[in-house]
Write a new protein. Structure first.
Length: 184
């Protein structure tokens, strides 16, 4: 049975959310956040991902994405989630400093074994809820939602202060300090 949320038109921008199983706060450590950044950069350079906005929270990620000519967003998202899941698992398993290692891995292994679409491990929740952003009002609402997420969670007072977000880039554009967002 298909899900309500699918990528229907690869020529449009989409809002997606990737959530860690059981809402585990994995991205409190920069080492894990860096894996997300590296994978996003790879998808931009090698798979045609266009990244328009992002926010990496402690247990989920919001993105506004598109694709270059001919790219298939569902394939890019599948590859991104698959790679980051495997890589994050390996880093967590091999960590000598992760105090929550056994707890996190036990949950991810338990949920992976319960889900027939996995072999023995699950890092991300199965769905990403792509929402097509074909109307400017919807795009503006989702962009605001992404950038306000850390403010509403109580982590920062101003959206541009959240380090793992494109809000700072958008703030600089509004102030005329930069002309273009480049995720490097």
């Amino acid at each position: 049975m298909g899900r309500k949320y699918k990528f229907h038109d690869n020529t449009k921008l989409h809002f997606v959310t990737f959530t860690v199983v059981d809402w585990i706060d994995v991205f409190t450590r920069q080492e894990y956040v860096d894996i997300i950044y590296d994978s996003l950069r790879f998808c931009q350079k090698q798979k045609g991902l266009e990244l328009y906005a992002y926010c990496i929270m402690t247990n989920h990620i919001h993105l506004i994405i598109g694709t270059e000519d001919g790219g298939i967003l569902s394939d890019i998202v599948r590859d991104f989630k698959s790679f980051t899941s495997r890589h994050l698992r390996k880093v967590i398993e091999n960590s000598y400093t992760e105090s929550r290692k056994s707890w996190m891995l036990d949950i991810m292994k338990k949920l992976g074994n319960q889900n027939e679409r996995n072999k023995d491990f699950q890092f991300w929740q199965q769905h990403s809820h792509p929402i097509e952003l074909d109307i400017n009002e919807i795009l503006d609402q989702r962009l605001n939602y992404i950038h306000q997420n850390p403010v509403k969670a109580g982590f920062v007072e101003k959206e541009e202060d959240w380090i793992n977000s494109s809000a700072g880039d958008y703030y600089q554009i509004r102030k005329g300090q930069i002309d273009l967002i480049i995720i490097e």
